[in-house]
Design a binder for this molecule. Structure first.
Ligand SMILES: O=C(O)COP(=O)(O)O
Ligand SMILES: [Mg+2]
Length: 236
């Protein structure tokens, strides 16, 4: 049998939940209140994965390509206030768990594999979403984009979670949808498992050369329960 990971680190947006619609509502409302053109679902989907600050900066620069850095800083503060108000309300009633998510989390718990949630989304929003979906208790460690001094693609959040869970990062899997997740996994020495249905800034995540590539969370679960062929590389 393929050895089961000692712990699994899950990304949130684009991996466990489809958050693009809620993030579009927040970004577009923010732009409307700043009297700027809205960005729309497709653009916002491509901006997800590097945290709220980067998302807001990308939206402001899209709406005003000539914005100077100092103007952007002033606008950022205003923009962030609107974004936090609107997205905070969306998070309380967030839906959009991807197919197979509940089953995979249940399977991990049956196999007694401890889980961490490692996202670049601010921790407060992350906790609101997990509470709303009754998932908080599934995770031993929850790390948001502002929990530590560095976020993915840094190895720090993964090393921090591994430390808390008393496991070696080399025995852990990081499951995510984007280049930040694959790079963070590689930087921390974890097995990188990429899911192909997420955002990854509009690019196929296969280009990031993850150790394993799956088209669904059901496939991740199958992979965990499948015997590993003799001599087969851990490649998807
Ligand atoms: O960019 C975000 O806010 C969230 O990103 P992540 O959950 O995919 O890390
Ligand atoms: Mg993601």
């Amino acid at each position: 049998m393929r050895p089961l990971p000692k712990a699994i680190f899950f990304d949130l947006d684009g991996t466990l939940i489809d958050s693009a619609a809620d993030l579009t509502v927040a970004v577009d409302q923010m732009l409307i209140e700043l009297n700027l053109p809205v960005a729309g679902f497709d653009r916002v989907s491509g901006w997800i994965g590097n945290g709220a600050q980067k998302l807001i900066e990308r939206a402001l620069i899209f709406a005003q390509p000539d914005l100077s850095t100092s103007q952007a800083l002033v606008e950022y503060t205003q923009a962030r206030t609107v974004f936090d108000r609107v997205y905070g309300a969306c998070c309380q009633k967030a839906k959009g768990l991807y197919p197979g998510a509940e089953e995979l989390l249940a399977y991990c718990s049956m196999q007694q594999i401890p889980l961490a949630l490692i996202t670049n989304k601010p921790e407060a929003f992350t906790r609101l979403i997990l509470n709303g979906l009754a998932l908080t208790s599934k995770f031993k460690v929850i790390v948001g984009g502002d929990t530590l001094p560095e976020r993915k693609p840094s190895a720090l959040p993964l090393r921090y979670a591994a430390d808390k869970m008393k496991v070696n990062p080399a025995d852990c899997w990081m499951i995510g949808d984007s280049m930040s997740d694959v790079a963070a996994a590689k930087n921390a020495g974890c097995t990188s498992v990429a899911v192909s249905y997420g955002y990854n800034h509009g690019r196929p995540v296969a280009e990031e050369l993850p150790d394993l590539l799956c088209d669904s969370l059901n496939e991740v679960q199958q992979l965990m329960s499948q015997p590993l062929k003799q001599g087969a590389a851990l490649e998807g």
